[in-house]
Design a protein around this ligand. Sequence first.
Ligand SMILES: [Cu+2]
Length: 147
Amino acid sequence: MTKRFLVPLLSAFVLAAVPFAVVGKAVAGDTPAAKNAYLYIGWPNDGEVVRARKFRVWFGLRNAGIAPAGVPKPNTGHHHLIVDAPLPPFDEEIPSDRNHLHFGGGQSEAIIELPPGKHTLQLLMGDDKHIPHNPPIYSTVRTIYVE
Ligand SMILES: [Cu+2]
């Protein structure tokens, strides 16, 4: 077999294998998202200069409800605040650390403390098992400056 023949054969195999890889990997959890669910940060605004290290973040949610973690109720979830991190994978439990804050009690706001400087905030809903919905419900990123 010449090299010239081997290369097209190889690329045909790779192309055929790709769809299986895409279909095989889940991109979200099993819990359906509420229709038209809309998640946003009520405050701080994008570009806000926050004049205290400790401040309140307001969670905004439309067309979906809040339920505490561990309570499987249709069209609900609980808030997660992503601080200075990208969105985590949507098909597994949201990490719990200083960059991924869980509000499993059903809170709609939180007082957080950040060091001075530039930070990003983003909300992500999780189901009763802390896994994002399908499709995932998340807010836009807010960039803020803590003084
Ligand atoms: Cu959670």
